[in-house]
Design a protein around this ligand. Structure first.
Ligand SMILES: Cc1cc2nc3c(=O)[nH]c(=O)nc-3n(C[C@H](O)[C@H](O)[C@H](O)COP(=O)(O)OP(=O)(O)OC[C@H]3O[C@@H](n4cnc5c(N)ncnc54)[C@H](O)[C@@H]3O)c2cc1C
Length: 402
C-alpha cells in the first residue's frame, strides 16, 4: 500500500469527476464505492452551462450531447393564471458560454460516461463494493479504512476526499457539523410518456401554486423522450397511498385533463429535501465535495451542478499542491470559495425559488409574476436573470473569493 495517492470515497458523479480530473492531472487516485456497480436510481438530470464547461475538457460533455436534450427555452408560470408566463431564452447569453442551454440527461446516464473515461486513466484505481468506514489523519497523510466483501482493509493516502453523498460517512468521521434544516414535505417524482409540449409547456417548466407547485422536465429516455414531474407531498400521507396508480392518474388528470385517456406512468419515486451546508469543506487532509458538503432543494437544479463545480474548483488546486507547485494552504481557498458560492447562491436561490413557487399571498404572487414577466421581456434584465439562474454568477462569485 502506498501513501502516494489521493483516496476518494463515493463513486457518484462528483467522486467520479474528481477522480478523473486528478488522474488526468497526473495525481494517482483510489476511488472506493460502496455499491457493487454505479447506482441507477432516478435523481438529477439538468445541467447548467458552467457545469458543461467544467466537464468538456475530459470529453464528458460531448458524449452527454449525443444523448441529452438541449433546452434553450424554459418557463416560470403560474398554475392558475395562464397570463403569468415568463419565457426565458438562454440564447441571450450565447456570448458568455459555448453551451447556451440547459442540458437534460438522467444522472444515471452521466455516471457511466465518466466511469468509462476514468477507466482509461492509468493513474486511477476503482474499487466497487468498497465501503468507507473510517479515517485517521497524520501530519503527512490519511489512513483510511474500508470494508470490501466482508473484509476490512486499511490504506494510506496523502488526502481523502469525501464525495459519498448526503449521508456522508466521511463528513461524520471528521465530526463536521452539517448545518441547516429539512423541509416538511416529501417530494414525489412522477414520470410519464405524455408530451406536455402539446399543452404549451416548454421542455423545462416551473409552475407556481400555493397548494401544490410543480416542475416539469423533458428527459431523453431509452428510446423516446418522457417527462418527469416533481411535486411536494404531505409527509403524513404514506407513500403507497400517494403512489397508487389511481391517485397518480387523478393528480395528472387534474393537472392536464385528457378526455377518456389514461396517462402512461413509467415510474414514481419519493425523496426528502434538505438545506444543509458543512461548516467547512476541509478539515486537515480531508476534503468534502458534492452532496457530502451541501444539500439543497431541486428548484433551480443546483445540487448536482454545484457538486461538479466543487470538483472543478478542487481538481487544479489539489493537483498543484500534489505536484509541489502550490502550498497546502491553497486547499483552504477551495473551502472558502466553494462554501461562499454554496451559501450565497445555491442555498439562497434554491430557498428563494421554493418560497416563490409556494407563495400564498395573492398580492405578492401578482407582484412577483408581473416583475418576472417584465424581466423576461426586457433583454438586459433577462440577461442578468439568466446569468444568475444558470449558475454563471455562482462560479464567478467563487472565483472572486481570495
Ligand atoms: C433520491 C434523490 C433524488 C434526487 N433528485 C434530484 C432531482 O430531481 N433534481 C436534482 O437537481 N437533484 C436531485 N438529487 C440530488 C442529486 O442527485 C445530487 O446532488 C447528486 O447525486 C450529488 O452527487 P454526489 O456524487 O455528490 O453524491 P451521490 O450521487 O449521492 O453519490 C455518492 C456515492 O457515494 C456512495 N457512498 C455512500 N456512502 C459510501 C461509503 N461509506 N463508502 C463508499 N461509497 C459510499 C454512494 O453509493 C454513491 O454512489 C436527488 C438526490 C437524491 C438522493
Amino acid at each position: 500500500m502506498t501513501a502516494a495517492r489521493v483516496i476518494i470515497a463515493g463513486g457518484g458523479p462528483v467522486g467520479l469527476m474528481t477522480a478523473l480530473g486528478l488522474a488526468h492531472a497526473g495525481v494517482p487516485v483510489l476511488l472506493i464505492e460502496q455499491e457493487p456497480a454505479l447506482t441507477i436510481d432516478l435523481r438529477a438530470g439538468s445541467y447548467h452551462p458552467p457545469t458543461l464547461e467544467a466537464m468538456a475538457p475530459y470529453g464528458i460533455t460531448d458524449r452527454m450531447l449525443e444523448r441529452g436534450i438541449k433546452v434553450r427555452h424554459w418557463q416560470i408560470r403560474d398554475r392558475n393564471n395562464p397570463a403569468w408566463v415568463a419565457n426565458w431564452d438562454l440564447g441571450l447569453i450565447a456570448d458568455l458560454t459555448p453551451y447556451p442551454y440547459r442540458l437534460h440527461l438522467e444522472q444515471h446516464r452521466l455516471t457511466p460516461i465518466i466511469l468509462d473515461i476514468l477507466r482509461g486513466e492509468p493513474l486511477a484505481e476503482i474499487q466497487f463494493s468498497a465501503r468507507f468506514t473510517g479515517v485517521e489523519q497524520t501530519a503527512d497523510g490519511v489512513r483510511v479504512t474500508y470494508e470490501r466483501n466482508g473484509e476490512r482493509t486499511v490504506v494510506d493516502g496523502a488526502y481523502l476526499i469525501g464525495a459519498d453523498g448526503g449521508r456522508s460517512n466521511v463528513r461524520k468521521a471528521i465530526g463536521m457539523p452539517f448545518e441547516g434544516f429539512t423541509w416538511d414535505e416529501r417530494f414525489m417524482v412522477i414520470s410519464t410518456s405524455f408530451d406536455f409540449q402539446t399543452r404549451g409547456y416548454a421542455k423545462n417548466v416551473y409552475l407556481a401554486d400555493p397548494d401544490q407547485w410543480a416542475t416539469l422536465f423533458q428527459m431523453p429516455g431509452d428510446v423516446t423522450p418522457y417527462w418527469r414531474i416533481v411535486i411536494p407531498t404531505d409527509i403524513n400521507i404514506p407513500e403507497d397511498v400517494l403512489a397508487a396508480p389511481d391517485a397518480v392518474e387523478a393528480w395528472l388528470q387534474n393537472f392536464a385533463p385528457r378526455a377518456d385517456e389514461r396517462y402512461e406512468v413509467l415510474y414514481n419515486s419519493f425523496y426528502r429535501v434538505h438545506q444543509r451546508v458543512a461548516r467547512n469543506f476541509r478539515s486537515g487532509r480531508v476534503l468534502l465535495a458534492g452532496d457530502a458538503a451541501h444539500l439543497n432543494n431541486p428548484l433551480g437544479a443546483f445540487g448536482l451542478n454545484s457538486g461538479i463545480q466543487d470538483a472543478a474548483n478542487l481538481i487544479p488546486k489539489l493537483a498543484a499542491v500534489w505536484h509541489g507547485a502550490a502550498p497546502d494552504s491553497l486547499l483552504d481557498l477551495y473551502d472558502r470559495q466553494r462554501h461562499t458560492a454554496t451559501v450565497e447562491h445555491v442555498q439562497a436561490n434554491s430557498i428563494a425559488n421554493k418560497r416563490t413557487m409556494e407563495e400564498r399571498d395573492p398580492a405578492l404572487r401578482k407582484a412577483h409574476f408581473e416583475e418576472l414577466v417584465h424581466t423576461a421581456e426586457t433583454p438586459e434584465l433577462a440577461r442578468r436573470f439568466l446569468i444568475n439562474s444558470s449558475m454563471i454568477a455562482a462560479v464567478q462569485r467563487a472565483s472572486e473569493v481570495a
